[in-house]
Write a protein that binds this ligand. Structure first.
Ligand code: XCC
Length: 663
């Protein structure tokens, strides 16, 4: 770790040095000045009415209305889940409008890029496809998708994608979401003063709203993005602050929705615009992403990534960014203050998110290409105003774009796409299990460290890792999202990755794309060989550096889908033993998954591996044995090539005992 002790990213460290030198404040420095409120941190501040805020400090104490510690903690957690589910789902809703506009021609510039996926989604939303034009189908899909938000009764259509057993469990428990919006609104209602006051009951509704996010709003966001912009497949691109260019106009796209960013990509690549940039003295235009906008554009367009959540202010600090174009979510208000010291324009674009002091160029899908061009031109016009720059060296290659469709294809081919080889690899013990490591950065812990250390340890232990969000961008920076990362993999994992031709860490997209992980888990459970429900699979979910309410919604829908989920940093319900027990032991009994907050990395790793081994044992699978596999694959062949090059007369078959270190 670098000097400051705040990040493991050398590029970020260099920028922190510059921030200290110039006295610019960033989240990294503000976190030292801002002690967390000790009552809020425990989940025990109740400000749901004007009799308070009631600051509960210990078990047994009650608020003015009589609310107990557990009620207050449960209400606070449920509201956070509602906020997270609302954010993801509202993002999904916007994509419905764009798809509708693309199909009717009212949103010029957008098209239906993946007709195959459109037809698949239509089937799941029970829409007739036979003999119909793709535009006709898309209009119906967009309308049916929108109706999922406002549905009042019954259940969400995509729940049918879950294993049968899981669907029945949700119905039995009364937590199958009826409509995406309804469940969120109901949390707000239930947590109003004097309403639902049974902690367990409040948190059941938390699961219901979160399921509406994972199997509803987020899943629709993923599907409709794929239909509009293409279903991702692997490609090579670069990551880290070093992707910014000294002699080009640099535009950063930051936030979440692909709707605007895809248009900006097109505008920035337009030869006319590149020529225009040259008239301003630049050699060209470089686009780079941050946060989930980055995930969306790197996996579909190969747009390089400047970094994750905590890199955003540091990017502006390079002095080399002409415009930071943002839409929704995870955008620091502090960006405007950092930009004041430079020529950078912070440009807000969403009617839902303005920042005081930023330039606002409102996005409207009805004139998207035109607005995107105006934005890019504004950035280009700003290039001559650039002062001194400092771009830290260093970027890494990464291979993003493992949609669940691509994973099925790569394992089974075009005609026999299947997850069977994955299940078989787990059953045989070549893979010990699977882990989804997702979520944010949080300046309360060392930037990127937990993501990196935990994932490296999983690889060593033959656990195949999938990543989304800022966690994916994190490990891309340290080279784990490319073939070269196999040097960190245990022998069995390495064998599988070499056979299939994949890196040991698969990038599955943005945070709404955690729904892709749900789809993979559901398919693994129905494929056979690993039980018949998601909770049977030897796998875990982690968000070791989480900070957003969205992460709480994600964690909750993973748990409600049967996944043991460990979050780092700290517990937002620390102050209530009862609530800690409800979301841990209680949910474990109810839905087969549990939510645990574990700030200690070593313990997180151990708990994850123990859980995977326990699930293996429950399925009657052979105990994980790291010495059993790894004698096939390229390693032995490479050792033979090396020996032969050194003049030894050996047969490749005699190299069977070559150890990992030797090869
Ligand atoms: Fe935001 Fe999605 Fe978290 Fe990153 S990981 S800090 S939520 S951008 Ni979703």
């Amino acid at each position: 770790m670098a000097e400051s002790g705040k990040t493991i990213n050398p590029a970020a460290e260099a920028m922190l040095g510059k921030a200290a030198e110039t006295g610019v404040s960033t989240a990294f420095s503000r976190v030292d000045e801002m002690k967390p409120c000790p009552i809020g941190a425990q989940g025990l501040c109740c400000k749901n009415c004007a009799m308070g805020p009631c600051r509960l400090t210990k078990e047994g104490q009650v608020g003015i209305c009589g609310a107990t510690v557990e009620t207050v903690a449960a209400r606070n957690l449920a509201r956070a889940i509602a906020a997270g589910a609302a954010a993801h789902s509202d993002h999904g809703r916007d994509l419905c409008f764009v798809l509708h506009g693309a199909a009717t021609g009212e949103a010029p510039g957008y098209q239906i890029r993946d007709e195959f996926k459109l037809r698949e989604v239509a089937r799941d939303l029970v829409i007739e496809t036979e003999g119909r034009e793709k535009e006709e189908i898309a209009i119906d899909v967009a309308e049916a998708a929108l109706a999922q938000f406002g549905k009042q009764t019954g259940e969400l259509a995509y729940l049918a994608r879950a294993p049968k057993k899981r669907q029945e469990l949700w119905r039995d428990l009364g937590i199958a979401p009826r409509g995406i919006d309804r469940e969120i609104v109901e949390i707000m209602h239930r947590t109003v003063v004097g309403n639902d006051q049974d902690a367990e009951h409040i948190l059941d509704q938390g699961m219901r709203a979160a399921l509406g996010d994972g199997w509803g709003g987020s899943m629709l966001a993923t599907d409709l993005s794929d239909i509009l912009f293409g279903t991702p497949s692997p490609l090579v691109t670069q990551v880290n602050l070093g992707v910014l260019k000294e002699d080009e106009v640099n535009i950063i796209i930051h936030g979440h929705e692909p709707t605007l960013s895809e248009m900006i990509v097109a505008a920035a690549r337009d030869p006319e615009m590149v020529e225009y940039a040259k008239t301003k003295g630049a050699k060209g235009i470089t686009l780079a992403g941050i946060c989930c906008t980055s995930n969306e554009t790197l996996m579909r367009q190969g747009v390089p990534s400047a970094g994750n959540f905590l890199d955003q202010e540091l990017a502006v600090l390079t002095g080399a960014v002409e415009a930071m174009v943002v839409d929704i979510q995870c955008i620091f208000q502090g960006l405007v203050a950092v930009a004041e010291d430079f020529h950078t324009h912070v440009i807000t674009t969403s009617p839902k998110a303005k920042i005081t002091g930023a330039m606002h160029m409102e996005f409207d899908e009805h004139r998207a290409p035109e607005i995107a061009r105006e934005i890019v031109k504004t950035a280009v016009d700003n290039y001559p105003n650039r002062g001194a720059t400092y771009i830290p060296q260093g970027q890494e290659n990464m291979v993003p774009g493992f949609s669940h469709e691509y994973i099925r294809y790569m394992l089974g081919g075009y005609y026999r796409g299947s997850l069977r080889p994955l299940n078989d690899a787990i059953a045989s013990g070549r893979l010990r299990g699977v882990a989804g490591v997702v979520g944010c950065n949080n300046p309360r812990v060392v930037h990127d460290q937990a993501h990196f250390d935990i994932v490296k340890e999983f690889l060593k232990n033959d656990v195949l890792v999938v990543q989304t969000g800022c966690g994916a961008i994190c490990n891309a920076k340290y080279g784990l999202l490319q073939g070269e990362a196999l040097k960190h993999a245990g022998p069995g994992l390495r064998e599988i990755c070499e056979t299939v031709g994949i890196p040991p860490v698969l990038h599955m997209g943005s945070c709404v794309d955690n729904s892709r992980i749900l789809t993979v888990l559901a398919e693994m459970a129905t494929e056979g060989g690993l039980g018949d429900d998601i909770s049977d699979i030897p796998g875990v979910g982690l968000a070791p550096e989480w900070m957003s309410e969205k992460a709480l919604s994600i964690a909750t829908y993973f748990v409600a889908s049967g996944v043991y989920t460990l979050m780092g940093v700290k517990s937002p319900v620390e102050g209530s033993e009862a609530v800690t027990d409800i979301i841990g032991r209680g949910w474990q009994e109810k839905v087969g998954g549990k939510l645990e907050f574990e700030p200690d990395m070593e313990k997180t790793i151990q708990k994850s591996l123990d859980h995977i081994d326990k699930k293996r044992a429950a399925l009657g699978l052979p105990e994980y044995d790291p010495t059993r596999f790894g004698q096939s694959g390229d390693r032995r062949f490479s050792a033979w090539l090396k020996a032969r090059a050194e003049g030894a007369e050996v047969s490749p078959y005699s190299m069977a005992g070559v150890s990992v270190e030797e090869a």
